[in-house]
Ligand binder design. Structure first.
Ligand code: NAD
Length: 262
């Protein structure tokens, strides 16, 4: 049998980029997948690429809205009869220098990534604890949760918040057999909606390179000199939630071609 056969995965922000790659990988390993994203049609279209509604469904959920999150978890339980694996991936970036970062920017960034992942983890944890079958919670945090980059105080601060949620929840959910781990990607330009939505132009201006050269710029500053793509992050989710790392919790693994180690 496949490693994730029969497991039920709930992936936020899975209509695009890294989340979509994670949903695709988990489905390929046998999991049933719930694609949760802001827009119902996009979520359903991404789910349809994974197979019929017996293996993947799309749900509309703004992770910053507690009622919406609960409804999405309820829809998961209704469709597949349980939940085993949760990926907090939804995100956006409003990277700006400190003096240009507004209160609204700060609040939106934290609503979606810090509060959003808290709400998703909380609603999912209730079901995981009741099921008494263990499970996995993954946070797609960032290299920026640990290392300071230029012009992104609100984004990086909320990624650091997520990183601490990983440690706190690993402690709190461990007795229920739930592992909680994080992944710190960096420089995933190709296939990423947040780069396309303006972050790419922002980063290109910050680093003084052409936007079309940004992927190569990120690759060049790494140890491996290799561009990081969404599938690399999906591979890390697969490994962290698979059987081999059954004694690993509270860990963050970098998926950054080594830039954080350099
Ligand atoms: P993306 O824009 O392709 O994907 C983000 C998805 O989240 C989108 O589908 C978007 O609709 C969804 N989303 C946004 N706000 C939401 C909300 N309130 N509720 C539900 N869904 C919401 O970008 P990506 O690069 O794939 O980013 C995915 C995650 O990876 C983010 O958390 C991002 O911070 C993190 N990350 C990305 C990189 C990178 O280099 N691309 C590096 C480190 C961390």
């Amino acid at each position: 049998p496949k490693t994730h056969q029969g497991r039920i995965a709930f992936v936020t922000g899975a209509a695009s980029g890294i989340g979509k790659a994670i949903a695709t990988r988990l489905a390929a390993e046998g999991a049933c997948v719930v694609v949760a994203d802001l827009d119902l049609e996009k979520a359903q279209a991404a789910a349809a690429e994974l197979g019929g509604t017996d293996v993947a469904i799309g749900v509309a959920a703004n992770v910053a809205d507690a009622d919406g999150v609960q409804a999405a978890i309820d829809a998961t339980l209704l469709a597949f009869g349980g939940i085993d694996l949760v990926v907090n991936n939804a995100g956006l970036s409003l990277s700006k220098p400190l003096l240009e970062t507004t209160e609204k920017d700060w609040d939106l960034q934290h609503d979606v990534m810090a509060k959003g992942s808290f709400l998703v983890s909380k609603a999912a944890a209730k079901a995981l604890i009741e099921q008494r079958m263990g499970g996995d919670v993954i946070y797609i945090s960032s290299k920026n949760s640990v290392f300071a980059g230029p012009n992104n105080i609100a984004y990086s601060a909320t990624k650091a918040d997520q990183a601490h949620q990983v440690r706190l929840l690993a402690v709190e959910l461990g007795e229920h057999g739930v592992r909680v781990n994080g992944i710190n990607p960096d420089g995933v330009v190709r296939g990423s909606g947040i780069f396309a939505a303006g972050w790419g132009a922002n980063r290109a201006a910050t680093y003084g390179v052409k936007e079309e050269d940004l992927g190569q710029f990120y690759a060049n500053r790494t140890i491996l000199k290799r561009e990081v793509v969404p599938e690399n992050v999906a591979d890390a989710v697969y490994v962290l939630t698979g059987p081999e790392l059954s004694r690993t919790t509270g860990l963050h693994i970098p998926v950054d071609s080594g830039v954080a180690a350099a």
